[in-house]
Write a protein that binds this ligand. Sequence first.
Ligand SMILES: *[C@@H]1O[C@H](CO)[C@@H](O)[C@H](O)[C@H]1NC(C)=O
Ligand SMILES: *[C@@H]1O[C@H](CO)[C@@H](O)[C@H](O)[C@H]1NC(C)=O
Ligand SMILES: *[C@@H]1O[C@H](CO)[C@@H](O)[C@H](O)[C@H]1NC(C)=O
Ligand SMILES: *[C@@H]1O[C@H](CO)[C@@H](O)[C@H](O)[C@H]1NC(C)=O
Ligand SMILES: *[C@@H]1O[C@H](CO)[C@@H](O)[C@H](O)[C@H]1NC(C)=O
Length: 497
Amino acid sequence: MELPLFAALQRTPRVALTLAFVLFFLTIVPALYSLLANPILPLLISSSETDGPFPSDHMHLSHMNSPSVRTLSPVNSPIPAPPYHTRPQKSSSGKIPSPNISPIPVPPDHTPSRHQHSSSHQSPSPHVNSPIPAPLNSSPVATSTSRTQIRDVMTKQRCDLFNGEWIPNNESPYYNMTCWAIQEHQNCMQFGRPDTGFLRWRWKPDGCDLPIFDPQEFLEMVRGKSMGFVGDSISRNQFQSLLCLLSRVEYPEDISSSPDIAYKVWNYTSYNFTLHAMWSPFLVKTTTPDPKSNFFSLYLDEYDTKWTSQINQLDYLIISSGHWFYRPLIFYENEKVSGCQYCSLPNTTELPLHYGYRKALRTSLKAILENFKGLAILRSFSPQHFEGGAWNKGGNCVRTRPYRRNETIPEVADLKIHDIQQEEFRAAEEGKKKKGLRLRLMDTTQAMLLRPDGHPGRYGHLQTAELSSRNDCIHWCLPGPIDTWNDILLQMMKTEK
Ligand SMILES: *[C@@H]1O[C@H](CO)[C@@H](O)[C@H](O)[C@H]1NC(C)=O
Ligand SMILES: *[C@@H]1O[C@H](CO)[C@@H](O)[C@H](O)[C@H]1NC(C)=O
Ligand SMILES: *[C@@H]1O[C@H](CO)[C@@H](O)[C@H](O)[C@H]1NC(C)=O
Ligand SMILES: *[C@@H]1O[C@H](CO)[C@@H](O)[C@H](O)[C@H]1NC(C)=O
Ligand SMILES: *[C@@H]1O[C@H](CO)[C@@H](O)[C@H](O)[C@H]1NC(C)=O
């Protein structure tokens, strides 16, 4: 028996015609409406001074994850995360200590040179101060059950690069600790770390093998092209890993147009490949706190033109962020204060944690949809692993091997940012349909959750008494598990070819 509708359609073409019209209007009208309701933001001129590349800070608030309704009351809310390295006595009166700027190391030799083998004759960069990475805060570890699995949005990939397990690998590391691009505080062996087991793992995705980064192959692929990294010190952590992996083949020439270490450009001259580092821990237009207040002002609907104005010349873009959004912040929207986070200011609405992050990410993705034509990759949140206390209360990361996937992982990282990244990525993907741009998610969060052993911990600095409580469980040792991000990067680039 035929369905009545089809019977009617067969008999009366007018019904079919009417139906077609109705369907047309149902699709086109909402589409037009949403276009009008969300006019594309004009490029705004930013007068903001972005900050120097301080080591990342972090504050962990595992129970402040409610995305929407919860307003943080000043009484119950955790102490606001101070900028930089000290805790404020009062959220709005603490003075900011001068930033601890960590210079980006320079290649040992500025003239291009090719190296056939892992170079063993390079000495570390001579003038690296010891910038001590100080995360901001972390809640005590809840050792109860946790999320060992996180949702995955990549469905198009033939093989799931982002779910898998760390398996032993006796061939790593793939570059020497003396690589010029390693900043002292991420050189985990220099200050006496006794165990080297953390170097000997590789990521095994479910259903396939992830090839180890091949610098020659990478450089051939990017010949005549350019790549940019936008983000905070973990973004830098990744491109420093890339610089080291590539140092087996070539040292780049520094062709940065200014001495500003937050915006570096390197040229791999044999390949005419340029690598751009763009510092933007908040991704949107930001003004630095004045010395009397702790608050960065974030213009959540305005671009950080320091990077958005450059991306139209790039072929590849890797963007990431997260850790800086746990500080006291003031938010501006439509050029007016729309609220704040941990501010306790009169007449200013306390907005829920992550409100600012979602908006800032959305604005950045919009800038990418508008101005970028190549392959854009959103790299997901990099979890920290403080255990046994907050970063400033003796919390540390002392494990010496990865978790197995069947193990229970202590809930030490706030994964709400990861959720937001997936949601906003999906929304941006919808929005880009008609453009040539490719937007992908590099969802490394799950893999990194399994690597509590890969952080500098207390071995990111001299083992002196006054520094002994400073443990970095946020950044990643170089060489170390973060090298995997570049294995994955190359793999994703190949998939796009
Ligand atoms: C790294 O360099 C040091 C000193 O030049 C050398 O002794 C060591 O064998 C090198 N290690 C690797 C893995 O190449
Ligand atoms: C280098 O690459 C740029 C594009 O990134 C291109 O415009 C330029 O012509 C190339 N130069 C050489 C010498 O190939
Ligand atoms: C990079 O180096 C190549 C070879 O010297 C040169 O042709 C190219 O113009 C350089 N790129 C930039 C952006 O300076
Ligand atoms: C807060 O708002 C009230 C009422 O609108 C106003 O009287 C008061 O001056 C405001 N306080 C500040 C510090 O702006
Ligand atoms: C996890 O799996 C490994 C082997 O796959 C096994 O040896 C280990 O006992 C398991 N651990 C738990 C907690 O189930």
